[in-house]
Design a protein around this ligand. Structure first.
Ligand code: GTP
Ligand code: MG
Length: 273
C-alpha cells in the first residue's frame, strides 16, 4: 500500500517532510506560518496567490527535520493551482477563523477536496492533521467555541489548538505538537499512531452533537420532517437517545445534546395528536 513516507536524507537522523495549509481565504493561514517562521504579524491582508513556498528546519528529539511548507490560497479561484500540491504531504494545517462560522463549516469540504486529490482514505490516514482555531484574540466576535472545534477535530483523530497569529498565542505549542507527531508517524512506518484516534467517542456521536447544536427547530433536531407522526418522532428520538445517552457517550457536549433532544421530543409530542 502506498504511504506518504517522507524522503530520508543520507543522515539517518534527518528527515525531510512536506506540510500544507488549508482553509478558507482570510482565516490566517499565511499569518500563522509567518508568526512561527519570522516571529512577526502583518495586520494588512495580502491574499496568497496560488501557493507560497517556504522551508524551515526544526529539531525534534535527536532528529533534524527539514520542513517544506506549502501555504495554499484559500480562495476557490485557485483550486486548479492547489490540487497539484496535495500529494506527498505528511502534515496538514487546517485553519478556521473562530469569528466566522462558515470557515469552520467549510473544514469538511476542505477535507473533501484533499481526499479527492489523494485518491483514497488510506492515503489520508498517513497524514497528521492539526486544526487551528485561529484569531482567538478577537474574543468579542467569537462564534465557534472551543468545545465545538475540539469535538470536530478530536473525533477525527486530529489535534486541536487555539491560536492567534496576532498575539502569538498557541503558535509555538501547535507547531511543536505538529512536527513531533509527524516525526512519530514517520518512525511508525508512515502511519498515524493509533493512540491519536482513541478519544473514547465515535465520529457519528461527534457529528450528531454538532448537527443538534446547529439545528433550526425541534423537527430538525430530531431529524424528522415537519408534520411527522408520533411514531416517527419516537423512533428518531430512541435512535438519538441510544447514541447520546450520557451513560454511553463521553463526547464533550453530549449531555446538553441529550437534554435538547429530550426537550425537542416533549415539545413535538405535545402538539401531535
Ligand atoms: P488566503 O491566502 O487568501 O487564503 O488567506 P490566509 O488564510 O492566508 O489569511 P492571512 O494570513 O493572509 O490573514 C488574513 C487577515 O487576517 C489578515 O488581515 C491578517 O492580518 C488577519 N489575521 C490573521 N491571523 C489573525 C489573528 O490571529 N488575529 C487577528 N486579529 N487577525 C489575524
Ligand atoms: Mg494566505
Amino acid at each position: 500500500m502506498e504511504t506518504n513516507a517522507p524522503k530520508r536524507r543520507d543522515n539517518k537522523k534527518s528527515l525531510r517532510v512536506k506540510v500544507i495549509s488549508l482553509g478558507n481565504a482570510e482565516v490566517g493561514k499565511s499569518c500563522i506560518i509567518k508568526r512561527y517562521c519570522e516571529k512577526r504579524f502583518v495586520p494588512k491582508y495580502l491574499a496568497t496567490i496560488g501557493i507560497d513556498y517556504g522551508v524551515t528546519k526544526v529539531q525534534v528529539r535527536d532528529r533534524e527535520i527539514k520542513v517544506n511548507i506549502f501555504d495554499m490560497a484559500g480562495h476557490p479561484f485557485f483550486y486548479e493551482v492547489r490540487n497539484e500540491f496535495y500529494k506527498d504531504s505528511q502534515g496538514v494545517l487546517l485553519v478556521y477563523d473562530v469569528g466566522l462560522r462558515e470557515s469552520f463549516d467549510a473544514l469538511d469540504s476542505w477535507l473533501g477536496e484533499m481526499k479527492q486529490e489523494m485518491g483514497s482514505q488510506a492515503n489520508m490516514d498517513s497524514i497528521v492533521f492539526i486544526v487551528c482555531a485561529n484569531k482567538v484574540d478577537l474574543t468579542k466576535r467569537r462564534v465557534v467555541d472551543e468545545g465545538e472545534g475540539r469535538l470536530w477535530a478530536e473525533s477525527r483523530g486530529f489535534h486541536y489548538f487555539e491560536t492567534s497569529a496576532q498575539s502569538g498565542e498557541g503558535i509555538n505549542e501547535m507547531f511543536q505538537a505538529f512536527f513531533s507527531s509527524i516525526t512519530d508517524m514517520c518512525e511508525n512506518g508512515g502511519k498515524r499512531p493509533a493512540t491519536e484516534v482513541s478519544v473514547g467517542f465515535t465520529k457519528e456521536q461527534a457529528d450528531t452533537i454538532r448537527r443538534i447544536r446547529n439545528s433550526k427547530d425541534s423537527w430538525d433536531m430530531l431529524g424528522v420532517k415537519p408534520g411527522a407522526t408520533r411514531e416517527e418522532v419516537n423512533k428518531a428520538y430512541r435512535k438519538l437517545a441510544v447514541l447520546l445517552h450520557p451513560d454511553k457517550c463521553v463526547a464533550p457536549g453530549s449531555e446538553d445534546a441529550f437534554k435538547a433532544v429530550v426537550n425537542a421530543r416533549t415539545s413535538l409530542l405535545k402538539n401531535i395528536k
